[in-house]
Write a protein that binds this ligand. Structure first.
Ligand SMILES: Cc1cc2nc3c(=O)[nH]c(=O)nc-3n(C[C@H](O)[C@H](O)[C@H](O)COP(=O)(O)OP(=O)(O)OC[C@H]3O[C@@H](n4cnc5c(N)ncnc54)[C@H](O)[C@@H]3O)c2cc1C
Length: 589
């Protein structure tokens, strides 16, 4: 958790009120040899073990899925967040991000992996007793035991705390667990489940429940749109006798387990979507280079270069914010002494950034894959090409780990809470902005080094965020919670601002390298596109928050804040597209 001495740039949401420093931001270009090694290990595992058996996985060969978990475990991939004492390799969060990106080469296996490594292992690492850690972590990390996470119910998905599964306390201290969970990944073959239930119908609590205990059963596999190689079933608990030692964390504190795990899960889902987007860009770039129409490669057509350039730029923004966030989490864990408690606090601190990663990642990957289908023409619609599967597999990313609607509501909500509690000086920044708006216009800055224009635009994006949030708070006060459309527009502004700043800082950090121009092109496209959306979202929100002269004054202030110099994005996208085609994929790898 941040303390009074933690610099603003190292706090969750602090980027909104403090200018980022390119020298201090974690970027993909700054990964170490150790990171490269874990990347090669994960990539090699996917290429040699998973991709050749995809068809069997899609036919629901769960024995094979379990064999793959064991192989994954043997390579240390399941234990990146687990202390060595329990069989893990305890690496930093950059490593977790890199592993997640690589596993995304197949979304079904990535889901199996995520349910095991993120949703089962992590709750035990973070909340388990020593006895629970000793019993479950070594086999889970080795992959010889499979796990699943049972939160959702048919009537309680987004409203996860509204579940009806109950654990009735027994005179001997044990519990009788009854209820039915829905859509559980790894449900069909897991040996152990993290289960959320209300003790005596009231106190929301997490438990570790073994499949072998009498009364545990699973329903039939769901027939899904995608992820055919991932097991998804109901899990049924019929008067299961659960010992007192199976409580995970504290009785009545299950929400702590659920929400903290979701924080990390959202960040890692962002990482997986980034990996998936890079795979799709590679498919698209290679196909566009090889497919000829009208006597030339389709990669030479402006319309196709536009797509490839835009796909590359969006992925650049996503990748930039992911590495930046992982670096921030690692810094905070290191500054607070390491271990499970420090990790828990850091994940809570960066919950806003985790939600941004989830929402932005799931929408970037959908955009990229959709355009990849389009670039493939008719071939994009048939199963002979991998993009058909990718298209179906990616859609669920906007639904699980908290829907994008729920995450959009959380983003401004959590930021405002930090402002009200005084964890972030948002009120002071909003007041300073008010003075700036009422004062004489600032003289245009003469400085024009690499990325200066983009970084100035990013400062304007942050001011727009504060301005719109301030107007919304003034208009609705505590009732702003109910104004979902305004909150969602605000979330989109925050997401664009964070992605744009992360991209601009990364590109600035790359100045002077051989790839500097390409970085600058990607960042300029990200910033320019963000400016357009931020203006539109800002206008829509402000128009809903006041009428008449006040509305006109607000809109004039928006125009004054958001002065972004135009750039030739068509030329920049062409540059990015040509680099992607020459490289046969995302050109910043
Ligand atoms: C393939 C797959 C795997 C899954 N794996 C797991 C797993 O391993 N473990 C697990 O516990 N769950 C799992 N889930 C469940 C998943 O987390 C839920 O589907 C998800 O949380 C959404 O809940 P829901 O389906 O009930 O939708 P609902 O909550 O009914 O939402 C329906 C729509 O209403 C919107 N909505 C709901 N509430 C609000 C609100 N307050 N304000 C605004 N809009 C709102 C939603 O955003 C959505 O658009 C999985 C789901 C799928 C499809």
């Amino acid at each position: 958790m941040a303390t009074a001495t933690t610099p603003l740039t190292k706090r969750g949401g602090g980027w909104l009120v403090a200018a980022g420093d390119p020298a201090d931001v974690m970027t993909r270009e700054r990964i170490t040899d150790e990171h490269r090694l874990i990347e090669q290990t994960a990539a090699g595992f996917m290429t040699t073990e998973v991709l050749p058996v995809l068809d069997r996985l899609e036919q629901k060969d769960w024995a094979l899925n379990r064999e793959l978990l064991v192989k994954c475990g043997a390579l240390g991939l399941l234990g990146t967040n687990v202390p060595e004492a329990y069989g893990g390799v305890d690496l930093d969060k950059i490593s977790s991000l890199i592993v997640s990106e690589q596993l995304a080469h197949n979304a079904s296996f990535a889901t199996t992996f995520g349910a095991q490594a993120n949703l089962t292992i992590l709750p035990i690492v973070m909340f388990g007793t020593d006895a629970q850690k000793m019993r479950y972590l070594p086999p889970l990390v080795a992959g010889t035991m499979a796990g699943a996470y049972c939160l959702s119910e048919a009537g309680a998905g987004s409203d996860a705390l509204g579940g009806r599964t109950v654990a009735r306390r027994q005179p001997d201290g044990s519990f009788l667990l009854t209820g039915e969970k829905m859509w559980i990944s790894n449900g069909g073959f897991a040996d152990v489940y993290i289960v959320f239930a209300k003790v005596d119908g009231e106190h929301f609590t997490a438990f570790v429940v073994e499949r072998a205990w009498p009364g545990v059963s699973t329903g039939r596999e769901e027939h899904k749109m995608g992820l055919h190689g991932s097991s998804t079933t109901p899990v049924i608990f019929q008067d299961v006798r659960v010992p007192a030692e199976a409580v995970l964390g504290e009785i009545g504190r299950g929400h702590k387990v659920a929400f903290n795990i979701l924080n990390f899960g959202r960040f890692k889902l962002g990482a997986m979507t980034s990996g998936g987007a890079k795979e799709a860009i590679a498919d698209a770039a290679k196909y566009a280079a090889g497919r000829r129409q009208f006597g030339v490669a389709i990669a030479t057509f402006g319309a196709i270069r536009h797509k490839l350039g835009e796909m590359t730029a969006r992925e650049y923004g996503l990748e930039s914010l992911l590495y930046r966030t992982a670096g921030l989490i690692d810094d905070m864990v290191a500054a607070t002494g390491g271990g499970a408690t420090a990790l828990l606090a850091a994940l809570e601190e960066f919950a806003v950034e985790a939600s941004i990663a989830k929402v932005h990642g799931s929408e970037v990957v959908d955009f990229v894959i959709d355009e990849t289908v389009q670039i493939h023409g008719g071939n994009g619609f048939v199963a002979d090409y991998p993009v058909e599967r990718r298209y179906r597999d990616a859609r669920v990313n906007r639904i699980f780990e908290g829907t994008n609607e729920i995450n959009r509501l959380l983003i401004p909500g959590m930021l405002m809470k930090k402002g009200v509690k005084g964890d972030l000086p948002l009120m002071a920044a909003a007041r300073a902005l008010q003075d700036e708006i009422l004062g004489p216009p600032a003289l245009p800055s003469g400085a024009d080094g690499p990325l200066d224009a983009e970084l100035r635009a990013v400062e304007a994006f942050k001011k727009v965020t504060l301005f719109v949030a301030g107007v919304a708070m003034q208009r609705h006060g505590a009732a702003l919670d109910a104004e979902q459309e305004v909150l969602s527009l605000l979330a989109d502004i925050v997401i664009d601002a964070y992605a744009a700043e992360s991209a601009a800082l990364r590109a600035r950090a790359a100045a002077g390298t051989s790839a500097a121009a390409l970085h600058a092109a990607a960042a300029a496209v990200v910033v320019h596109e963000a400016a357009g959306r931020i203006e539109l979202n800002g206008r829509s929100a402000l128009a809903a928050l006041a009428a008449g002269d006040t509305r006109r004054t607000h809109l004039a202030a928006l125009r004054r804040l958001l002065k972004v110099a135009p750039v030739d994005v068509i030329a920049l996208r062409r540059e990015l597209a040509d680099a992607a085609v020459a490289r046969g994929g995302f050109p910043f790898a």
